[in-house]
Design a protein around this ligand. Structure first.
Ligand SMILES: [Zn+2]
Length: 615
């Protein structure tokens, strides 16, 4: 986390960033009292609930509960790591981050990677220019017309053309820009002819699809042959910047929509994704020519935990779906699948039926994993014969055993039994006999119970002032201790501040990052919290949301210190009132101990004194 960038730098960034300007680049904001609000960029909404609190340097969505300080916001919206986001903001603010010295080898590698990134950017521009200007690109343009790719779509995916009349055009272009042949070859953009030893372009006579990483940096290319020839699709080989199993085609374009819709659609090919975006299915991505991989699933998990697999309706597509299910299940995705009619692929289907037809089809024909597997088995075996029935059941048993929800498992077994014309009990018996390990129900306890984060608590406003003002915090601790808070969330937050007291600079954004680090399990930070239970509870995600909510809420706060005194007095009165009530209760029950009586008198005196100071 922050480990790589010194804490003082992080604090300087948090202090100096204009959060209104930063958020304002993505959200249109209007003022309401002390805060600004706008439509949340992280979820779909009609009434604004995304709140920016400039004097605290934080933002928070009362709808989806996302938000944080400036660095958090940039991480979330641009999908950057903490360090990347901090660096970006530092660069804008002109804050210099002291570099950790790299070894000469590391430095060489870093430079080489940078050069290869640059070469890919130049190559993408070169191919796009060829598409626009090369006289021979006419056939590419005709091909695009035939495939229904309009200009603006081609632009947003940076499509290009690799000429057929000059097989060294790109290599020469890059060499002119100062790149050596050795590096062009290493970048996978050119290859040496075994015969002549000359370098020629990897791609020619092809429509070029640049492949970007999630940040939009071009890292590789796919090329579709125009006219006849093989292979139909040619892709970049792996290079120091490109690992095909760790990237998804279209993720840069689809990322924010996947977040908003909270679901990704995974398709097979470039053209499917292009058409999906053309027709408004703008949360579509493609695995790059290979079956879906574990790394791709992990990458996608940063955006959503729900996917719709929309592979081609042919046999290969169905096989890829089966493999995809395994990978996505292992990564705990909620999976839906569709099989398009008549072996169509999404490209064909969208051209024919448009977005409305697509949405409609998905709504009525998407299947859960078990139903999908059952359909596949029903096609494979003859359900009329006894042998067919038993083959279908055995084929499905592992997936049934693997289903965590008891309700889902049971209702599926009933559905399957019904389709096969057997009794559900028979399937249950087979399941028991199979010796398969039945998945335990998802333990509800594994997920920490959400904190009660309502702000109606009487002590919340006091905590709000205390976490922003050291003097108040000290005063609260001295006069009341730190255990009097009305809710568990308040107790926890106070404990976190206390644990970080020595280097806490009373900036809310910094506290948010502290919590992030603790939740990421930074042992050093956690060690400061003495009590085991508190240490565990800090890892509860709710605490960050509680802090954000607390900071984003409008409280009256003209004079913090005066207000704090008022609140402290209020808490003292409440505590003493409680004691008095207890003692009165005991008296009522017949206890008449002289000590009890004098304690009661003492408390009543204190109460009078407290009430007097209020006037
Ligand atoms: Zn939201």
């Amino acid at each position: 986390m922050a480990g790589l960038i010194p804490q003082e730098i992080i604090e300087e960034i948090n202090r100096r960033v204009d959060i209104l300007d930063l958020v304002g680049r993505y959200v249109s904001l209007r003022r309401t009292g002390r805060n600004y609000i706008g439509l949340c960029p992280f979820h779909n909404e009609d009434t604004p609930s995304f709140t920016v609190t400039p004097d605290k340097q934080i933002c928070y969505c009362f709808g989806c509960q996302k938000g944080g300080g400036p660095i958090n916001f940039l991480m979330e919206i641009e999908n950057l790591s903490f360090v990347e986001a901090a660096r970006k903001l530092a660069a804008e603010l002109g804050i210099v981050i002291p570099e950790k010295a790299l070894s000469p080898q590391e430095e060489k590698k870093r430079q080489e990677r940078n050069q290869i990134f640059n070469m890919h950017k130049l190559a993408a521009e070169f191919y796009a220019a060829q598409l626009a200007n090369n006289a021979n690109s006419r056939i590419a343009i005709e091909y695009m017309k035939k495939r229904d790719i309009p200009q603006e779509l081609a632009k947003s995916f940076m499509l290009g053309y690799a000429p057929d009349n000059d097989w060294e055009a790109l290599c020469r272009h890059l060499q002119k820009k100062g790149y050596s042949y050795a590096l062009i070859e290493k970048a996978g953009l050119g290859g040496k002819s075994a015969k002549t030893g000359k370098l020629y372009d990897k791609f020619h006579s092809r429509l070029i699809f640049p492949i970007s990483d999630y940040k939009g940096q071009v890292i590789a290319f796919g090329g579709r042959i125009i006219g006849d020839g093989t292979p139909k699709y040619l892709n970049s080989t792996e290079t120091p910047i490109y690992n095909k199993s760790a990237n998804l085609f279209g993720l840069h374009q689809a990322g924010s929509n996947i977040r908003k819709l909270d679901r990704a659609v995974i398709m097979e090919g470039y053209m499917d994704v292009l058409m999906a975006h053309r027709y408004g299915v703008n949360n579509a991505v493609a695995s790059l020519g290979t079956a879906l991989t574990k790394e791709q699933a992990q990458l996608l998990r940063r955006y959503t935990d729900k996917v719709l697999l929309a592979y081609d309706g042919d046999n290969a597509g169905q096989k890829a779906s089966l493999r995809g299910i395994e990978i996505l299940r292992a990564a705990n995705f909620d999976i839906k699948l569709i099989t398009l009619p008549n072996g169509m692929d999404p490209d064909d289907f969208l051209k024919k039926e448009g977005k409305e037809g697509w949405d409609n089809y998905v709504a009525h024909n998407s299947l859960g994993v078990l139903e999908f597997l059952l359909n596949a088995a029903l096609q494979k075996f003859d359900k009329q014969s006894v042998h067919g029935k038993s083959s279908i059941v055995s084929e499905l048993l592992p997936a049934i055993a693997n289903t965590q929800s008891v309700v889902e498992r049971d209702s599926f077994i009933r559905l399957m039994a019904d389709k096969l014309g057997v009794l559900p009990e028979t399937v249950y018996a087979d399941l028991r006999k199979s010796g398969l390990k039945i998945a335990a129900p998802k333990a509800a306890a594994a997920k920490a119970a959400p904190l009660n984060i309502n702000l109606s608590s009487k002590t919340a406003p006091l905590l709000r002032i205390a976490i922003e003002n050291k003097k108040v915090f000290d005063k609260v601790e001295a006069e009341l201790g730190l255990d009097f808070w009305n809710t568990k969330a308040e107790c926890l937050l106070a404990a976190v501040v206390k644990a970080n007291y020595s280097d806490y600079n009373w900036q809310p954004a910094t506290l948010l990052e502290k919590i992030d680090e603790m939740q990421a399990g930074n042992p050093q930070d956690l060690a400061n919290i003495k009590e085991e239970n508190t240490r565990k509870s800090v890892q509860n995600e709710g605490i960050k949301q509680f802090l954000l909510k607390l900071l984003s809420k409008e409280f009256p706060e003209d004079n913090n210190l005066r207000l704090a005194d008022e609140y402290i007095r209020g808490v003292k009165i409440a505590i003493i009132q409680q004691e008095i009530n207890n003692m009165l209760e005991r008296l009522k029950n017949g206890e008449a101990d002289p000590e009890l009586l004098s304690a009661l008198t003492e408390s009543q005196k204190q109460m009078q004194a407290l009430r007097r100071t209020g006037n």
